[in-house]
Design a protein around this ligand. Structure first.
Ligand code: ADP
Ligand code: MG
Length: 334
């Protein structure tokens, strides 16, 4: 009888052990001008989140355009003299330049003088006149950024801003920390840039909502594991000028004006955060046809385009993982 009771207890304990939820840890931090929320599961979750938070703060110190002694701050005040930067800064610049070349300059990290004129860096917005923009655009050209190892130089009068790629790179770093700490289940949202590690603790895919640029709750959900889901949209940081028109924060380097080409938002799904982030900005500037051309030419990622006239266009690989809950029809790119 005693033995039976003992076995029953043991069995109950085993059951408990099997069904116990892995520990869930959550952390919110404010960095890179955005709220970041990190969630990780399992034994090492807490340590992984502590290390990730530390790394994100470190990246901000290296990459921020508003911190005078960050790598970017020093580069922008270098007067054309080469500057030694961290491995992170060199790597992120290389990744950005590659997408600049693929997009023929739709992404251009030397756009900073133009962004500053519009007030997107300070929030003191104003619409520059076209002569001012034309003048500033003479100092915008990604092909003039030179990188040799960790030495970077830009011509005098040029200035770099990594706003289009920094959060994607940061999510790569955070995902790497999850892996190295042995966390096999995590989801991190770096101001709308989502990165998922592994699957949900129960083994099913993560569900990532895709934001609706027209103000609805969301367009639908992606079921994904181990990837990055990064969106750029016209709806994000914008202001209304004295002329009553709305201006947003993604600038077409060809004109100096916020890109207006019929695309409202682009979501990129892929395996590299920095690449997805660079692409999301570049594709928004390229417009529907340009985005489709870049995808056909280079591939290696999946995307969803949302047009101003309320159409959804996506690659097949995106559509296969996407549950569309909007009223817009989804057209597949071939
Ligand atoms: P968000 O940062 O809102 O998620 P993006 O990744 O698209 O969106 O980055 C937009 C930021 O990139 C802008 O706030 C600005 O700092 C910078 N930027 C704007 N236009 C360009 C461009 N054509 N090339 C490179 N960077 C840009
Ligand atoms: Mg981007």
């Amino acid at each position: 009888m005693k033995k039976l009771r003992f076995s029953a207890l043991l069995f109950a304990a085993l059951l408990c052990g099997c069904s116990a939820e892995p520990e869930k840890c959550v952390r919110s931090i404010y960095a890179m001008d955005t709220l970041m929320s990190l969630t990780a599961y399992g034994d090492n979750a807490q340590e992984a989140l502590d290390r990730a938070a530390e790394r994100l703060a470190e990246l901000e110190q290296e990459l921020s355009v508003t911190i005078p002694d960050s790598d970017i701050g020093r580069l922008n005040s270098s007067g054309g003299v080469p500057v030694t930067v961290s491995d992170d800064t060199a790597e992120i610049l290389r990744a950005a330049l590659e997408v600049s070349a693929q997009s023929r300059g739709a992404l251009d990290v030397t756009i900073y003088p133009v962004l500053r004129e519009w007030g997107f860096t300070t929030g003191e917005y104003s619409v520059p006149d076209s002569e001012t923009l034309a003048e500033l655009l003479e100092n915008v050209d990604y092909t003039r950024v030179e990188i040799a190892g960790n030495e970077v130089s830009i011509p005098e009068g040029f200035a770099v801003d990594l706003g289009a790629v920094a959060k994607g790179y940061a999510s790569d770093c955070a995902a790497e920390i999850m892996r190295s700490c042995g966390v096999s289940s995590a989801v991190m949202n770096l101001g709308g840039n989502v990165c998922v590690t592994g699957s949900k603790p129960d083994g099913s895919p993560w569900k990532v909502a895709v934001a609706d640029p027209f103000g609805g709750e969301y367009l639908g959900t992606l079921s994904v594991s181990d990837c990055f889901v990064i969106t750029s949209g016209k709806y994000e940081r914008c202001f209304t000028g004295e002329d009553g028109r709305r201006y947003h924060h993604i600038i077409d380097p060809a004109t100096g004006y916020p890109s207006e080409n019929g695309l409202s938002a682009v979501t990129v799904l892929g395996e590299s955060g920095v690449e997805c982030d660079a692409l999301s900005t570049a594709l928004l500037v390229l417009g529907e046809e340009g985005a489709a051309d870049l995808w056909r030419e280079h591939g290696g990622f999946e995307m969803l385009l949302v047009t101003d006239d309320r159409r959804l266009v996506s690659t097949r690989g995106f559509a296969e993982k996407f549950e569309n809950s909007s009223e817009m029809e989804l057209q597949i790119l071939e």
